[in-house]
Design a binder for this molecule. Structure first.
Ligand code: C2E
Ligand code: CA
Ligand code: CA
Ligand code: CA
Length: 279
């Protein structure tokens, strides 16, 4: 038993060293990834429940690592936030997403709103209004075709500064939605204060709503509240027909999830659009 304790300790120490080395490698890779053009965007369709048309797409970043292959955002976004790299990376995402949406528009597809995720760090350290303006100008995209996804955590911190930035963004004319709604410090006060357009109901409630009455009640309450505040609703993480039927019953406006389509490359998304709606 005495030895066990020691080897456990040694194991943790070695583990920590490996992690430190890995972190260091990830970080130096992250610093070069932009100029090496290793980031790619994938797009996931958003479907309107009454017209059953594709009304938008969420842009989701991936890191095409030369040795490790495709890395999911969950493995590098936090590191990019802590190191500040998220600011230039976020600017790249904005421009790339806007360019792609403008290209689909030019190709003759019906109106499509492109949704882009923002990090709290972009509000704190970046000049967000300028990045958004630049992305719109360079791409030629209509501001009304760009939707920025904010998390509740962005809205509750640094209120005055965030409020000022959000006001400027609204002046530019972009749309705002609240991502992962229901999981944060849900204060209803900020919904009217920040004049957002849409609530994105978190996957954790959506995925449990068929089996769990509590989750269903939450989803239903969010949709009803959104309606009385004149906000649109979209449910994320819709994977099956039963969930879809339930959301329809509750008059949710739109859905996003594996049931209608996984995140895909821009080329795959063009094919998806041609097959799923008339250009
Ligand atoms: P999110 O914004 O909540 O994005 C939705 C995540 O759910 C995506 O994971 C998507 O692939 C996944 N998803 C969509 N439909 C389903 C479904 O039916 N079932 C299940 N199980 N999952 C589904 P992904 O692409 O790995 O992104 C993870 C998170 O990384 C995002 O969560 C977002 O917080 C962050 N992220 C992604 N791209 C960016 C970006 O460009 N900038 C920033 N700051 N964060 C990003
Ligand atoms: Ca999102
Ligand atoms: Ca989400
Ligand atoms: Ca999430």
């Amino acid at each position: 038993a005495k030895n066990d304790g020691r080897s456990t300790y040694r194991f943790y120490q070695e583990q920590m060293n490996i992690d430190a080395v890995e972190q260091h490698q990830m970080l130096s890779g992250l610093a070069k990834a932009l100029e090496r053009q290793e980031f790619v965007l994938q797009f996931q369709p958003q479907i309107d429940l009454s017209s059953r048309m594709v009304i938008g797409a969420e842009a989701l970043i991936r890191w095409q690592h030369p040795e490790r292959g495709l890395i999911a955002p969950e493995s590098f976004i936090a590191l990019a936030e802590d190191s500040g790299h998220i600011v230039p990376i976020g600017e790249w995402v904005l421009l790339e997403a806007c360019k792609q949406a403008a290209a689909w528009r030019k190709a003759g597809f019906p109106k499509l709103v492109i949704a882009v995720n923002l990090s709290a760090v972009q509000f704190k350290r970046g000049n967000l209004e300028m990045s958004v303006t630049r992305a719109l100008t360079e791409s030629g995209l209509d501001p009304d075709d760009l939707e920025l996804e904010l998390t509740e955590s962005i809205l509750i911190q640094n209120t005055e500064q965030v409020l000022a930035t959000v006001r400027k963004l609204k002046t530019i004319g972009v749309r705002l939605s609240i991502d992962d709604f229901g999981t944060g410090y849900s204060s209803l006060a900020y919904l009217s204060r920040f004049s957002v357009d849409k609530l994105k109901i978190d996957r954790s409630f959506v995925q449990n709503m068929v089996d769990d009455a509590g989750s269903a009640a939450i989803v239903r309450a969010i949709i009803q509240m959104a309606k009385s505040l004149n906000l649109k609703t979209i449910a994320e993480g819709v994977e099956d027909e039963n969930t879809l039927a339930r959301l329809r019953l509750y008059h949710c406006d739109a859905v996003q999830g594996y049931y209608y389509g996984r995140p895909m490359t821009a080329t795959e998304f063009s094919t998806y659009l041609s097959e799923n709606q008339v250009a």
